[in-house]
Design a protein. Structure first.
Length: 299
C-alpha cells in the first residue's frame, strides 16, 4: 500500500481522503489543511517524514517559474527544512507537463478553440507551462500576476513581458511572507467580488489557481469557461449558480473531487520509486495513466 499525503497551508475544510488503485498499486491519498498555520505544517512534515511514500506541499509553491528560471519561496523552504526521507512535491513538475498537455488536448479534441480566445490567467509564474501553451496556440492572453499577486492593477500581455518583470520582482517577493501574496487558511473562504471584475468580464476563459480565481470572481460568470486545478463539490455547485458554461480541471476526479497538482505529482513519484522525475519521466507515466482532464459542461 502506497501512501501520499498533502500538507497544505489551506483551509482544513477542504480535507479529503481516498483509497484507490492506480496502475495496479493500492494507494491511500490524503490532504491535511493547517488553516494557514506554518508552525503546524512544519511540525507535521517533521513528525511524518519517512512514514509516507511522498508528500505534497499544498497551499504554497516551493518555486515560481519564468522562461526556464525558478525562484524559491523562503517560507516554503522553512516548512520542509526537517524533511530528509520522504520526497516533497509542490506540483511544478506536473504544471510543466500535464497542464501543457491538457491545453493541447482541449484544442486537438475540438473542446475549445484556443486561437484568439481572450484568456485571463490569474497567475502565470506558478503555471508557466499552461501560459506558454496558451500563447503558442494563439490565445489573446492577459496575465494577472501583478493584479492578483501584488494588487497592482496592471495587466501583462505577453510571456516576454512577464519574464522581464519576473527577473526584477521574483527575487524580492519570494522572500516575503507567503500570506501577503496568496490566500491561506480562512482567507480561502472569502471573496472580493468587485475589485477586479473587469478582467473577468473581458475574458472568455479564466485559468489558473482556483483560490486566486475564486478570491476575486464576480457573482455573474455567465458563459465563462474556467480551467483550474482542485475543486470540491461545493465549488462545482457555486460555479453552476454563477452561470459558467464549462469547468475543466487539469487533474482527474478521485472520489468526487479533483486533487491539486502537488498530490498527483506525489502519486507519480510514489509509482516511480524515484525521488526526482524529469519532464520525460512525467510524460512517460502520464502516457501510461492516460490522464484526461475532468470536463463539466453546464446548461
Amino acid at each position: 500500500m502506497k501512501k501520499v499525503l498533502s500538507i497544505s497551508l489551506g483551509s482544513s475544510k477542504r480535507d479529503h481522503r481516498v483509497e484507490t488503485t492506480i496502475l495496479g498499486e493500492n494507494f491511500i491519498i490524503e490532504r491535511k489543511g493547517t488553516d494557514g498555520d506554518k508552525n503546524k505544517a512544519t511540525r507535521l512534515f517533521s513528525e511524518l517524514d519517512g512514514k509516507y511514500d511522498a508528500f505534497g506541499l499544498g497551499g504554497i509553491d516551493l518555486y515560481i517559474w519564468s522562461a526556464g528560471r525558478h525562484y524559491a519561496f523562503r517560507d516554503a523552504r522553512k516548512l520542509i527544512k526537517n524533511v530528509h526521507k520522504t520526497p516533497v512535491l509542490d506540483g511544478s513538475g506536473l504544471k510543466n507537463t500535464l497542464e501543457r498537455r491538457v491545453i493541447s488536448y482541449l484544442e486537438e479534441n475540438s473542446i475549445i478553440s484556443i486561437n484568439k480566445q481572450k484568456v485571463l490567467m490569474v497567475s502565470a509564474v506558478d503555471r508557466f507551462g499552461m501560459a506558454e501553451t496558451f500563447a503558442e496556440l494563439g490565445a489573446n492572453l492577459t496575465l494577472g500576476d501583478l493584479i492578483f499577486g501584488l494588487k497592482i492593477p496592471i495587466a501583462i500581455k505577453s510571456i516576454k513581458t512577464l519574464d522581464i518583470i519576473a527577473r526584477i520582482v521574483a527575487p524580492i517577493i519570494t522572500k516575503l511572507p507567503f500570506e501577503l501574496i496568496y490566500p491561506t487558511g480562512e482567507k480561502q473562504d472569502h471573496s472580493i467580488h468587485d475589485k477586479y471584475k473587469k478582467y473577468y468580464y473581458n475574458a472568455n476563459i479564466i485559468a489558473g489557481d482556483f483560490h486566486f480565481i475564486r478570491s476575486y470572481m464576480p457573482e455573474d460568470m455567465t458563459d465563462k469557461i474556467i480551467i483550474t486545478n482542485t475543486v470540491t463539490p461545493d465549488n462545482i455547485k457555486d460555479l453552476k449558480e454563477r452561470g459558467i458554461k464549462m469547468l475543466i480541471t487539469t487533474t482527474p476526479e478521485l472520489d468526487g473531487r479533483s486533487f491539486g497538482t502537488n498530490v498527483m505529482e506525489g502519486i507519480l513519484v510514489a509509482l516511480s520509486g524515484k525521488e526526482y522525475l524529469t519532464a520525460t519521466d512525467y510524460n512517460k507515466l502520464l502516457d501510461r495513466l492516460n490522464f484526461t482532464p475532468r470536463i463539466i459542461k453546464y446548461n
